[in-house]
Write a protein that binds this ligand. Structure first.
Ligand code: RUQ
Ligand code: CUA
Length: 694
């Protein structure tokens, strides 16, 4: 056979074979082959750097001006084609409103997950998914973007379980639920009390609740009050969203909130193990000054930082749950809220001072300590959760705040303060008894030793700075492998840098942000940067890093006719052989299937003004055999993953001929995967009848 002929034959075989039987699958078979071959090669030939190999590497290094650290960084991060990453990062996409899935150590972007913003590749919002986006609308205003900040993986016993991901939208105070079986957003809930938030999302150790803390105080429930009445009418809040794991949804009817003083509550973290049952949240601007504060005298930032301390909030969520269960919450905008007074009377809420303008609040894996980092204080302040519990029990208060909330005596609950450097923000942990704190102003990652139970894990003096690695530049959050679970892995750390300056080719005045992979595997002072990854899509705030083998994503939907929204077979999904177009007056229903390389039916004739219901099922059962479906001029684009069934509704517009086609290059005959939507003019007499009806 000539090469030309053999290619033609192969194409034909693929097209016919795949279309007819759904079994023949050359790319998958090929992938398995490559993997097997690679494994065999690795077993057969461990690397031996003989003189010739060394000379070759030496030449590459010399030509490319690489240092020995560069070679070792390259070896630690390079993944041969066909091999997979050991960890997966789920990173917030900032104001892109999305989530990014990134492999570690390769730092390859694997996919984006559309959450709060429409995204055409995934067919999210065009119009499938629009009903989810609409759940997040604010008082009748369509919100089609989000400022995603904190992703939280679902947990079982304080370990990431790989089932769900939650993420908060700071700009509009919303929370989204992503199902990690298909990595798609299933639900958006809009907070009924506050316009914007910040402390979302964090989970309790069994994902009983997803925590959403507020930030900029407003009158709760979207009501109006003059800024001059800030102290009396404005409030902070924290919402506990009940997660129904079986349904894969937040159960809004079992969720409730706590009213908080009008401090700017910032981040939250749930206690675990020793501190399970508590929630810790910090705050800034407890001065309760407002924008416009003493206009002309002092600016807002200065007004907000007058005092030396702000307040760490300590909330007993198990007690709060009991108060809610016995009807102790009042409805605000239809949502149950436990008032500050009730929370204080029932022992749900107390405060303790923390150094001014804190940002991160991070519970250690054993739950023994809470680390608070203050932007304006070069120390991290470590609280003992045991001392907090004892101080609560023995009422060791230094007073109350102006809202009557008891303030625990600082010296009674504080364990240590460790000086790290300028602008400490966020802390994560490893398996060696080290903590890692981002230093925004220093542009560095600090490694320091924990004490208590952790002292036996390392040979250094506890509560001491060990080393700092410079990062480029202005680091915000950092993430270590499973670093905020009960059993961190250590290994890798990713510095999430806000500025990249000179690290990449300039992309105009808007530069990408910079994720830097840091090797934290060796103890002591060795902590090199291995890799820079530009993020040119939005500002990722926080991320979590999970062991890849904990994720069990579907590679195709479990059955043909699958509805990803209900995660079950859609009984009304179109089946092979039942394709048709049904006209019922002005209502038209299209029953369509998609399979390489055709849509059936491929000619759909309707009349202008018809109400169209268009149902499509992908009959594919092969991994990666995705079809798109777009209709030009109609703002329609679907992504049909193998087995997926979708239903859309629209109205036939102006008479004309509208091609529809597959937007994924799915097969050799992909360009042929098309059809016509023919919109006929309404008959003149029909138009007349319509007119006389009105
Ligand atoms: S934030 S850079 Cu978590 Cu929204 Cu700290
Ligand atoms: Cu289906 Cu291209």
């Amino acid at each position: 056979m000539s090469p030309r002929l053999s290619i033609g034959f192969l194409t034909l075989a693929m097209t016919i074979g795949v279309g007819a039987s759904f079994v023949y699958n050359p790319p998958q078979a090929h992938a398995q082959e490559t993997k097997k071959k690679r494994r065999k090669e690795a077993e057969a030939a461990p690397v031996v750097l003989n003189a010739a190999a060394v000379a070759e590497l030496q030449k590459i290094a010399t030509d490319r001006k690489l240092r020995i650290e560069d070679l070792s960084a390259a070896l630690k991060t390079y993944l041969p084609s066909g091999t997979h990453d050991e960890y997966i990062i789920f990173a917030s996409g900032g104001h892109s409103g999305q989530v990014f899935m990134i492999g570690v150590p390769s730092m390859r972007l694997l996919r984006t997950i559309a959450v709060f913003s429409p995204e055409p590749w995934q067919g999210y919002g065009f119009p499938v998914g629009e009903e989810i986006l609409a759940q997040g609308d604010h008082q009748g205003t369509e919100i089609r973007w989000g400022d995603t900040h904190h992703p939280a993986l679902s947990e079982t016993g304080g370990e990431y379980d790989g089932q769900f991901l939650f993420i908060g939208d700071k700009a509009n105070a919303r929370l989204a639920v992503i199902d990690l079986r298909d990595m798609e957003t299933k639900q958006i809930v809009k907070n009924p009390l506050t316009v914007s938030d910040h402390g979302a999302s964090f989970v309790t150790p069994d994902s009983e609740y997803i925590i959403e803390g507020g930030q900029y105080s407003t009158p709760l429930g979207f009501s109006y009050a003059s800024v001059d009445d800030y102290q009396s009418a404005y409030r902070g809040m924290v919402t506990l969203w009940k997660f129904d794991r079986a349904a894969g949804r937040v159960d809004q009817t079992k969720s409730f909130a706590l009213e908080l003083p009008p401090y700017f509550q910032d981040l939250f973290d749930a206690g675990k193990k020793a501190s399970n049952g508590l929630i810790f949240g910090n705050s800034f601007c407890v001065e309760s000054v407002t924008p416009g504060f003493k206009i002309g005298e002092v600016n807002f930032e200065a007004g907000c930082s007058q005092r030396d301390t702000d307040y760490l909030h300590i909330i007993d969520w198990k007690k709060a749950e009991a108060v809610f269960a016995k009807g102790g919450a009042k409805l605000v905008n239809g949502f149950p809220v436990i008032s500050i007074k009730t929370a204080v009377d029932e022992g749900v809420l107390c405060l303790t001072p923390e150094p001014k303008s804190p940002h991160g609040v991070d519970v250690t894996p054993n739950g023994e300590f809470v680390v608070v980092a203050g932007k304006l204080d070069p120390h991290v302040t470590i609280y003992s959760t045991k001392k907090i519990r004892e101080a609560i029990a023995s009422k060791k208060y230094s007073g109350t705040d102006v809202y009557g909330v008891p303030v625990l005596d600082f010296d009674a609950v504080m364990e240590k303060q460790v000086e790290l450097g300028l602008g400490p923000l966020h802390t994560q942990y490893d398996d060696k008894g080290y903590a890692y704190t981002s230093l925004f102003l220093d542009s560095a990652v600090a490694r320091w030793t924990l004490g208590g139970e952790y002292a036996s894990l390392h040979s250094e003096e506890p509560w001491k700075l060990v080393t700092k690695t410079p990062v480029q530049y202005n680091i915000g959050h950092l993430v270590t492998a499973e670093g905020d679970s009960v059993s961190p892995d250590g290994r890798y750390l990713v510095a999430m840098n806000k500025w990249s300056l000179d690290r990449f080719f300039p992309t105009g005045p808007l530069l990408p942000q910079n994720f830097q992979l840091v090797d934290i595997n060796s103890p002591g002072t060795t902590m090199p940067v291995l890799y820079d990854m530009p993020i040119g899509v939005g500002e990722p705030h926080y991320a979590q890093m999970i062991k890849a083998d904990k994720l069990k994503p579907w590679t195709i939907y479990p059955a043909i006719g699958w509805n990803p929204h209900t995660q079950s077979i859609d009984p009304t999904a179109v089946k092979a052989g039942e394709e048709r177009v049904v006209h019922d007056g002005h209502d038209v229903t299209v029953y369509m299937t998609a399979v390489r390389s055709h849509f059936a039916p491929d000619r759909v004739e309707v009349t202008e003004g018809d109400n169209i219901t268009w149902k499509i099922t992908s009959l594919e059962q092969s991994m990666d055999a995705t079809h798109g479906f777009c209709i030009g001029g109609y703002n329609i684009n679907l992504s049909l993953e193998p087995g997926e069934a979708s239903t859309i509704h629209f109205k036939a517009g102006k008479p004309g001929v509208y091609p529809f086609y597959c937007t994924e290059f799915c097969s050799a005959l992909h360009l042929e995967m098309l059809g016509y939507l023919v919109v006929k003019p309404a008959a003149p007499d029909a138009k007349l009848t319509e007119a006389t009806k009105q």
